[in-house]
Design a protein around this ligand. Structure first.
Ligand SMILES: [Zn+2]
Length: 403
């Protein structure tokens, strides 16, 4: 070789950041200087015990990037301490207690024949799994749930791109682990503890409170987290929620539900429309939902959709030349059948039932499927709405002038 790095070979075997470090190292000319081992911690390159000791002490005192990242996470101080022990696997799981001769049983209290390792306690235990399932793991993070302990915590703690419910995933990840630990301890020390009720709401509410107390102001806008949920209509009114959906094949569908002032399902529908645009699906959903309400001879109807564009079209005067003009006019004429009919834009978090129905419509044959009773897969989310369950949403507002 002509006395330089084989860059192509290096890039083929090593990650680019390592290659870029290697390329910075000059190669000695073998004709003039032979390779030899040198000690980098003394000025003369010779090893000494003192320099080795100094070097070890310095390394231990230098907070690595790993630690800095943890200290910079927006989490309460007690969770920082927890995370510090967590990433070093130093929490007193039964396996760790067994190693330190603090117990003669290294097994999990829930899964009697399995060791309670860090990975078991926080991820693989059936109790932990219930929590992860309840909060939901973002799609991009799901594959990390097959990694080993190091790989799993590194992938989840040291990422900046993933958001879940509007929260930074690493931040939420720490909160979830902390609650798993807290509930595990409660289970062991408190005989009456029956496990967390509605784990995700407890965790998200706690995180939300923390974030609201630590609002970050940037420029002239403020980021805030709001908890929002579906609201029952007033007595004597019915509420129609509609939504449209489009899959990656380009197929579109719509879904909707009419509920009374107790939040009880009266009628619903799923409509597989064909190929098109999502706005088309939203408009179709509204037409079908309104038609069902007319057929039910409802007098007072409150309509909600999460499509601001659709609401805008319904309310705008000049739609004659709009490609969806016919559908919009159709909606307006149906709306005239009621004694009162309001239409409102809401966020997706308030429109979960219609959202799920619209997505499911694409599994059906083409056409409208009207439903007098709710399909079983809607039970939970309907109950959540009746119970007034709120879901977090990140809201950006202009900063308030101080007077
Ligand atoms: Zn277990």
């Amino acid at each position: 070789m002509d006395n330089c790095w084989d860059t192509i070979l290096l890039y083929a075997c090593l990650p680019p950041e390592i290659v870029e470090k290697i390329l910075c190292i000059p190669i000695s000319n073998p004709a003039s200087v032979r390779d030899k081992v040198i000690w980098q911690h003394t000025s003369n390159g010779k090893f000494s015990v003192k320099s080795a000791y100094n070097c070890l002490v310095t390394i231990q005192q230098t907070p690595s990037r790993k630690w800095r990242h943890i200290w910079n996470l927006s989490i309460p101080p007690k969770l920082k301490i927890f995370t510090w022990l967590f990433i070093q696997s130093r929490l007193l799981t039964n396996e760790n207690r067994f190693r330190r001769h603090m117990t003669d049983n290294p097994n999990c209290s829930h899964c009697i024949d399995l060791y309670e390792s860090m990975l078991h306690l926080f991820r693989d235990c059936r109790k932990a799994k219930e929590v992860w399932k309840d909060v939901g793991v973002p799609v991009t993070m799901q594959r990390t749930f097959n990694l080993d302990w190091e790989g799993w915590i590194t992938a989840n703690l040291y990422q900046n791109n993933c958001k879940h419910f509007g929260f930074n995933w690493s931040q939420l990840f720490v909160f979830i682990c902390w609650f798993i630990w807290k509930w595990r301890n409660k289970f062991i020390f408190d005989n009456d503890f029956k496990g967390p009720h509605n784990a995700s709401t407890t965790i998200l509410q706690y995180l939300l409170e923390w974030n609201n107390a630590n609002i970050k102001q940037s420029g002239d806008s403020t980021t805030r987290v709001e908890m929002i949920g579906w609201k029952k209509p007033n007595r004597g009114h019915f509420k129609l929620n509609v939504d449209g959906s489009k899959n990656d094949k380009g197929q579109i569908g719509a879904g909707g539900v009419i509920r009374n002032n107790e939040g009880v399902w009266c009628k619903g529908f799923m409509q597989h429309i064909g190929y098109g645009e999502v706005l088309q699906a939203e408009a179709w959903g509204l037409v079908t939902g309104l038609q069902i309400a007319v057929d039910m001879q409802i007098k007072h109807l409150d309509v909600e959709s999460d499509s601001a564009i659709l609401i805008n079209l319904i309310q705008s005067k000049d739609i004659d030349l709009h490609p969806l003009g016919t559908l919009i006019l159709n909606c307006r004429s149906l709306m005239n059948h009621f004694e009162s009919c309001s239409i409102k834009h809401i966020h997706r978090e308030r429109n979960m039932v219609a959202d799920i129905l619209a997505k499911h419509s694409l599994d059906n044959e083409l056409g409208v499927c009207r439903m007098d009773t709710n399909p079983p897969f809607m039970n939970q989310v309907l109950m959540d709405d009746i119970d007034g369950l709120v879901r977090p949403r990140m809201v950006v507002t202009a900063s308030v002038e101080q007077w």
